[in-house]
Write a protein that binds this ligand. Structure first.
Ligand SMILES: *[C@@H]1O[C@H](CO)[C@@H](O)[C@H](O)[C@H]1NC(C)=O
Ligand SMILES: *[C@@H]1O[C@H](CO)[C@@H](O)[C@H](O)[C@H]1NC(C)=O
Ligand SMILES: *[C@@H]1O[C@H](CO)[C@@H](O)[C@H](O)[C@H]1NC(C)=O
Ligand SMILES: *[C@@H]1O[C@H](CO)[C@@H](O)[C@H](O)[C@H]1NC(C)=O
Ligand SMILES: *[C@@H]1O[C@H](CO)[C@@H](O)[C@H](O)[C@H]1NC(C)=O
Ligand SMILES: *[C@@H]1O[C@H](CO)[C@@H](O)[C@H](O)[C@H]1NC(C)=O
Length: 645
C-alpha cells in the first residue's frame, strides 16, 4: 500500500515534470517558486522581488528547468511569455532600479550585483558570451556605463546589460499612435515577450492594465532579429531578477505565464492580486497567544543566567595593541555608561542612520557631551575607521562640532562629541514653525558652515571631504553658531592626491551627479552638497520634498525656474516675510544655483564661495554660464553606483 502510494506520487511528479514546457500563475498564492535575495511572496499572492531597502537583489525562478527544443529535438525552438508587473518607487519621481525577465542556465545568478547590474551580472562577467543569459529589462535608472537611453526604458539584453536594442517605455494603439508609459508609476502593466525560432525574431510588447484595455497591442514596442539558439542551452531556468541601489523601489510581479513552442496562456486579469503599498501581515494565533507565553518563561530563565554574566561583562571593552597610540582619545566605557545614566531613553537626543545619540555629563570634568553609539561594520575596517576618527578628533575650527574621543566595545563604537544645546538646524527650518530662524541668523549660519568647509578642504594638514553636508548635520550651539558635524562618511586625502572610488554614500538630493556616477567624493562634490544646503536654508524646503502624494518638488529646479522668470526672490522661505536683506538673499540663492552646476569644473571652490558671501568678489553673471535645470533631475538619469563589496 505504502509502496503503491510512493509509486503514484512518483508518477505524479514525472507527469508534472514532463509538462514543464508551459505554466501559468494568476497570482502566486502558495506557489513553489525558487526565491533568492530579498524576494518573497506576500500574503495576498504578490511576488515581491525587492522592497524599499537599498542595495538589494531579488531573484525568483520557476523551480524546474525548461527544455528549449522543438518536438523533433532540434535546436530550433520558439517561446512566449506574458506577465504583469508593478513598480512602486520610494520617491515618486525616481525609479530604483528595475526588473529583468531572465532565461539563465542556473537559478542562482551567483555573484551578481545590485544597482545598475539589476542582479543579473557583475562587473567582470557582464558582456561575456559564456553567460548564456537572455533578458528583457524594465529599467528605471539611466546608467551611462551601459549606454542607457533614459530612465524609463525597455531593453533586450543578451549576455550583457548594454542592451542589443532598447526603447522608451510605451505602446502603440490601434491607430499606430505611440503612447508613453511610466514604468515606475506604481500601476500594473502587462508585458509580452515572444520569440519565433524560424524567423529568429524577438518581439516585446507593453501595455497598461486598465478597464476595457487588457489586450495585446498589435504592434510590438521593441523587436530584435537574432538567433537565440547559441545563447540558450537546451535546459534553462526562467524567472525574474531585480535590484535596488541608492534609490530603491518595490518591484512586484502579479501574474505570469510561459510556454515553449506555442503561445503563452492569457492571464486572468481579474484574478490577479492587488498591489498595496503597505501589505498587512496577518497575526496567527501562535504569535498572539503561545509565543508570548513561551517567550515569557524563556526570558525568566535567561534573566537568571544573564544577570550574573552581565555583571562581569557590563564594562568590558576591546583594546588592541595598535590602539595604545590613540590613547588620549579613548574613553572608558564605564565612564560613558555613568555619564549617560546607562544610555537611558531619557537622555536620548536622536536616532540617526548611524546610531543613537545620548546626552551625557562626564563625571570627572562635568563636561557636557553627546555620545553616539555606532555598530561596527566589518572587522578589517575598524582600525582604519578609528584612525580616521582620531585624525578628525584633531580638527579644530569654531564651526565644527568637536569630537572629543571614542570608545570601542564588542560590536559597537562610541563617539564622544561636544554637546550642542540647540540641536540640529533642520529643526529650525522645517519642524518648528514658531522657532524659525530670521534672516541674519540664517546668513551667519551659512557663512559659518562655509568657513568650516574651507578649513576641511584647504587649511588642515589633510584634505577632508565631508560627503554629507546638509542642514540636519549642522548643529547649533547655545548662541546659535553653526557647527558642522557628523563625520561618519568623511574621507581624508593628502593634499594633491587623487581621491579614490569609495562606496557611494550620502543623502539623495545632496549628491553631485558625477559623484553618483563615479563613486568619487571630491571637493567639488562637497560644493554641490553645500549648494543644496544653501537653497535649503534660504527656501526652508528640503532638496526633494513631497508636495501632495505623488509629486516631488526638486528644489534646485524650482529656484532655477524662479530665476529664469526673473523672480528669484520668490523662492525664499515665506516665513522670512519682509524682514530680510534682499541683496543677501539673492546672492545666496544664486550661489546655491552656481554650486549645483552639473559640471564640477563650473562650480566655485569653497574659498571662492566664502569670497562671494563676504562680497570680496562679485558673483559671476549666471546667464553667462550654461546653467540649465540640472540639479536633482540628473540623479534620476545618472545613478551608476559602484556597489561591489
Ligand atoms: C524543428 O526544427 C527543425 C530544424 O530546423 C525543423 O526542420 C522542424 O520543422 C522543427 N519542427 C517543429 C515541429 O517546429
Ligand atoms: C562575477 O560572476 C562570475 C560568475 O558567477 C564569477 O565567476 C566571478 O568571480 C564574479 N566576479 C566578481 C568580480 O565578483
Ligand atoms: C568569459 O568568461 C569565461 C569563463 O568564465 C572566461 O574564461 C573568459 O576569459 C571570459 N572572457 C572575457 C572576455 O572576459
Ligand atoms: C513580431 O511582430 C511582427 C510585427 O508586428 C509580426 O509580424 C511577427 O509575427 C511578430 N513575431 C512574433 C514572434 O510574435
Ligand atoms: C529595435 O526595435 C525597434 C522597434 O521595434 C525596431 O524598429 C528596430 O529595427 C530594432 N533595431 C534592431 C537593431 O533590431
Ligand atoms: C551551454 O552550451 C554551451 C555549448 O552548447 C556549452 O559550452 C556550455 O557549457 C553550456 N553552459 C551551461 C551552463 O550548461
Amino acid at each position: 500500500m505504502f509502496l503503491k502510494l510512493v509509486f503514484m506520487l512518483f508518477n505524479l511528479v514525472t507527469l508534472v515534470a514532463s509538462e514543464d514546457n508551459s505554466f501559468i500563475y494568476n497570482g502566486f498564492q502558495s506557489s513553489h517558486l525558487y526565491l533568492d535575495g530579498i524576494a518573497e511572496l506576500t500574503s495576498n499572492g504578490l511576488l515581491r522581488l525587492t522592497s524599499d531597502t537599498d542595495h538589494e537583489i531579488g531573484h525568483a525562478f520557476y523551480p524546474n528547468p525548461i527544455v528549449f527544443e522543438n518536438t523533433s529535438g532540434e535546436s530550433v525552438f520558439s517561446f512566449s511569455t506574458t506577465f504583469v508587473f508593478a513598480i512602486r518607487p520610494q520617491y515618486p519621481t525616481l525609479g530604483g532600479h528595475g526588473i529583468v525577465f531572465v532565461i539563465s542556465p542556473t537559478k542562482e545568478l551567483p555573484n551578481s550585483l545590485p544597482t545598475q547590474y539589476l542582479g543579473l551580472f557583475n562587473n567582470s562577467n557582464n558582456g561575456n558570451s559564456s553567460n548564456h543569459v537572455f533578458g528583457v529589462e524594465l529599467d528605471t535608472v539611466q546608467d551611462f556605463e551601459f549606454d542607457d537611453i533614459n530612465n524609463n526604458h525597455v531593453g533586450i539584453d543578451i549576455n550583457d546589460l548594454k542592451s542589443a536594442n532598447s526603447t522608451s517605455a510605451g505602446y502603440y494603439d490601434d491607430n499606430d499612435g505611440f503612447n508613453d508609459l511610466s514604468l515606475f508609476s506604481g500601476y500594473p502593466m502587462h508585458v509580452w515577450i515572444e520569440y519565433d525560432g524560424e524567423k529568429k525574431k524577438i518581439n516585446v510588447t507593453l501595455a497598461p492594465i486598465s478597464v476595457g484595455f487588457n489586450k495585446k497591442p498589435a504592434r510590438p514596442l521593441l523587436s530584435l532579429t537574432k538567433d537565440l539558439s547559441p545563447v540558450l542551452n537546451n535546459s534553462m531556468y526562467v524567472g525574474f531578477s531585480s535590484s535596488t541601489g541608492l534609490l530603491a523601489a518595490s518591484h512586484y510581479i502579479l501574474g505570469w505565464s510561459f510556454k515553449v513552442n506555442g503561445l503563452a496562456q492569457n492571464l486572468e486579469i481579474s484574478e490577479l492580486p492587488e498591489v498595496t503599498v503597505f501589505s498587512e501581515k496577518k497575526k496567527s494565533k501562535f504569535l498572539t497567544i503561545s509565543l508570548p507565553l513561551i517567550l515569557l518563561s524563556l526570558v525568566f530563565m535567561i534573566t537568571l543566567g544573564v544577570m550574573y554574566y552581565i555583571k562581569r561583562k557590563k564594562f568590558s571593552e576591546i583594546l588592541e595593541d595598535w590602539e595604545h597610540e590613540y590613547g588620549p582619545h579613548r574613553f572608558k566605557f564605564k565612564d560613558l555608561y555613568f555619564a549617560t545614566k546607562g544610555f537611558g531613553e531619557k537622555g536620548l537626543l536622536g536616532v540617526g542612520g548611524f546610531g543613537r545619540v545620548y546626552k551625557g555629563v562626564i563625571p570627572s570634568s562635568k563636561l557636557e557631551v553627546a555620545v553616539k553609539r555606532v555598530s561596527h561594520e566589518s572587522r578589517q575596517g575598524i582600525r582604519e575607521f578609528v584612525s580616521e576618527i582620531v585624525s578628525i578628533g584633531r580638527l579644530r575650527h569654531r564651526n565644527l562640532v568637536q569630537l572629543y574621543g571614542y570608545c570601542r566595545r564588542k560590536s559597537e563604537l562610541l563617539l564622544v562629541y561636544d554637546y550642542m544645546p540647540n540641536g540640529s538646524l533642520d529643526n529650525y527650518l522645517y519642524n518648528q514653525p514658531k522657532a524659525r530662524l530670521n534672516w541674519s541668523q540664517r546668513f551667519r549660519i551659512i557663512k559659518g558652515v562655509a568657513s568650516s568647509v574651507v578649513y576641511l578642504h584647504e587649511e588642515w594638514e589633510k584634505v577632508v571631504i565631508h560627503r554629507d553636508i546638509k542642514a540636519s548635520n549642522v548643529l547649533l550651539d547655545s548662541e546659535f553658531n553653526a557647527r558642522l558635524g557628523d563625520f561618519g562618511l568623511s574621507r581624508l586625502y593628502d593634499h594633491g592626491a587623487d581621491p579614490h572610488t569609495t562606496h557611494l554614500a550620502g543623502t539623495i538630493g545632496y549628491l553631485a551627479p558625477e559623484h553618483i556616477r563615479t563613486g568619487k567624493a571630491t571637493k567639488s562634490s562637497d560644493v554641490f552638497s553645500f549648494g543644496a544646503f544653501l537653497l535649503e536654508v534660504v527656501c526652508g524646503r528640503r532638496p526633494i520634498g513631497h508636495v501632495g502624494d505623488n509629486e516631488s518638488l526638486i528644489l534646485v529646479d524650482y529656484v532655477f525656474e524662479c530665476w529664469k522668470r526673473g523672480e528669484i526672490l520668490e523662492a525664499k522661505d515665506a516665513y522670512l516675510g519682509t524682514k530680510y536683506v534682499s541683496e543677501e538673499v539673492e546672492l545666496v540663492l544664486k550661489l546655491g544655483l552656481l554650486c549645483s552646476h552639473s559640471e564640477p569644473l563650473a562650480r566655485p571652490s569653497m574659498r571662492q564661495v566664502v569670497q562671494y558671501l563676504e562680497r570680496d568678489i562679485p558673483l559671476p553673471d549666471l546667464s553667462s554660464l550654461s546653467l540649465s535645470s540640472s540639479g536633482l533631475s540628473s540623479v534620476s538619469i545618472a545613478e551608476s553606483v559602484l556597489s561591489g563589496g
